[in-house]
Design a protein around this ligand. Structure first.
Ligand code: PCA
Length: 201
């Protein structure tokens, strides 16, 4: 069995992205399962191009996409991805879509196929603040979740996929009154998410 877990590159003037910081130091194997790690671009176009290629190349059993959610204080397990791109801030290519579908004539939304309730329960049992989120926003993270689930659906692939948003880490908020979580806790949260997700396979 193989798990693909991704984080994003920095964006919006940040020097790091806590999602990739946490993903890059995960062990190579968890409970005997191989862990593949990839850093994704904060680019609407880049995600639509690259994510399907990465999935075709790695053919994982489970995909866990992760990204930074500024302002959130807990680990949030996304329930749903919607077919829209809308942003007030440019992505790393300078692109700022408005009311634009990710794919024309495609479903309005896809639900996560990870065991989202069990992941939240397990995180809380391990004393990590966590909740279900009912919106991954309309920026690049939502697009990544939608693109992965759409690719899996139209190609009839046997891959479970979902998205986890993580808070800022303390070094990002030294000068702004925003919530944060330690990198160690975020990393532990991702390990627990992987362990819960592979139980189903
Ligand atoms: N967070 C952004 C995109 C990249 C990231 O880490 C988002 O929530 O859409």
């Amino acid at each position: 069995m193989r798990v693909l877990i991704t984080g994003f590159e920095p964006f919006g003037g940040e020097k790091i992205n806590p999602s990739w910081e946490a993903v890059k130091d995960l062990p190579e194997k968890i409970d005997g399962v191989k862990i593949l790690k990839k850093e994704l671009p904060v680019s609407f176009k880049g995600i639509k191009e690259k994510l399907p290629q990465i999935l075709n190349k790695t053919m994982p059993d489970i995909v866990i996409l992760t990204g930074q959610a500024a302002g959130r204080a807990n680990i949030t397990i996304e329930r749903v991805a919607i077919n829209i791109m809308e942003s007030k801030k440019e992505d790393n290519d300078g692109y700022k879509p408005e009311d634009e579908p990710i794919f024309k004539e495609a479903p309005a939304a896809y639900f996560s196929t990870l065991p989202i309730k069990r992941i939240v329960k397990s995180l809380r049992n391990n004393k990590i603040p966590a909740a279900i989120s009912n919106s991954a926003g309309t920026y690049v993270c939502n697009t990544a979740m939608y693109v992965a689930l759409h690719h899996i659906a139209i190609n009839n692939l046997n891959i479970k996929a979902g998205f986890i948003h993580v808070p800022y880490i303390p070094e990002q908020v030294l000068e702004k009154p925003q919530p944060s979580m330690s990198l160690e806790m975020i990393r532990k949260a991702l390990e627990i998410t992987i362990k819960e997700s592979i139980k189903d396979q």
